[in-house]
Design a protein around this ligand. Structure first.
Ligand code: AP5
Length: 221
C-alpha cells in the first residue's frame, strides 16, 4: 500500500501517520521531519531548507522532490507520505517516479482554519522521536516529557502565530489544488479531521480496509 496524507498544517497528518505506521506497519516518510533533521545536523540541505521554513514558505520543488524520491528508493515496503506532495509539480514528479505501482490513495484530512490555528499554537514535539502532543487535547503523561521515549518536548520555531498564518496562506495557494488533482482519477478519500484523534484513525482504517477488499475482489475476478 502506498498512501499520501494530505491536509493543511495542523490537520493531524503527523499524528495519524504515527498511529498508522504502528497499526499497519507502513513506513512513515515525513518531508518536514527530514528537513528538520537536516537543519539540526547543519547540512547544506538543512541550511537551504531553514531559510524557507522560518518564513513559512515551501522549500523549492527541485530540492524537495530529490530528497523524497531518494528516501522512497531506500525502502522496500509500503509507505505513507506525510507533507509530500505539496505542489502540482511534486505530485506529477511522484506519479512519474512510480509507474508500476502508483499511489493507491490520497487521504485528505479536512479541518477548519480556526481549529488549525488552535492546534498549532498548542503543539509540542519530542526532540528525539518527533511524536506530536498538544498542551490541551493530547498532553503527555509527564509535563515536558515524551510518553514514547522520555525525550524533551519543544515548540517548533514555525509554530508562532505569524508564521502559522503564512503557512496557511501558502497551503491554500499551492497545496489545496492537489485535492482536485487526486479527485480527478478517483484516488482522493476525505476524512473529517475535526473529530477526535481516535475517531479520525478509525475512519482512516475503515477506508483502508474497504480499499483492501476492493483490491482482493479485483484479483479474484
Ligand atoms: P511540515 O513539518 O510538513 O509541517 P506541516 O504540513 O505544516 O504540518 P504540521 O506538521 O504542522 O501539521 P500536521 O498536519 O502533521 O499536524 P500534527 O499531527 O502535528 O512542514 C514544515 C515546513 O517544511 C513547511 O512549512 C515547508 O517549509 C517545509 N516542507 C515540508 N514539506 C515540504 C514539501 N513537500 N515541499 C516544500 N516544502 C516542504 O497535529 C498538530 C497538533 O494538533 C498536534 O499538537 C496534535 O497533537 C493535535 N491534533 C492532531 N489531531 C488532532 C485531533 N483530531 N484533535 C485534536 N488535536 C489534534
Amino acid at each position: 500500500m502506498r498512501l499520501i496524507l494530505l491536509g493543511a498544517p495542523g490537520s493531524g497528518k503527523g499524528t495519524q501517520a504515527e498511529r498508522l505506521s504502528q497499526s499497519i506497519g507502513l513506513a512513515h516518510i515525513a518531508s518536514g521531519d527530514l528537513f528538520r533533521k537536516a537543519v539540526s545536523e547543519g547540512t547544506e540541505l538543512g541550511k537551504v531548507a531553514k531559510s524557507y521554513m522560518d518564513k513559512g514558505l515551501l522549500v523549492p520543488d527541485e530540492v524537495t522532490i530529490k530528497m523524497i524520491l531518494k528516501r522512497i528508493s531506500e525502502i522496500d515496503q509500503g509507505f505513507m507520505l506525510d507533507g509530500f506532495p505539496r505542489t502540482i509539480e511534486q505530485a506529477q514528479a511522484l506519479d512519474k517516479a512510480l509507474p508500476g505501482h502508483p499511489i493507491d490513495k490520497a487521504i485528505y484530512i479536512s479541518v477548519s482554519e480556526e481549529e488549525l490555528v488552535r492546534r498549532l499554537s498548542g503543539r509540542r514535539i519530542c526532540r528525539e522521536c518527533q511524536a506530536p502532543y498538544h498542551v490541551v487535547s493530547s498532553p503527555p503523561k509527564t509535563p515536558g516529557k515524551c510518553d514514547v521515549c522520555g525525550g524533551e518536548l519543544y515548540q517548533r520555531s514555525d509554530d508562532t502565530e505569524e508564521t502559522v498564518r503564512k503557512r496557511l496562506e501558502v497551503y491554500f495557494a499551492q497545496t489545496a489544488p492537489l485535492i482536485e488533482y487526486y479527485k480527478r482519477d478517483a484516488r482522493l478519500a476525505e476524512v473529517d479531521g475535526q473529530r477526535s484523534i481516535e475517531e479520525v484513525s478509525r475512519d482512516i482504517l475503515s477506508l483502508l480496509s474497504q480499499k483492501k477488499s476492493e483490491y482482493n475482489h479485483q484479483v479474484a475476478e
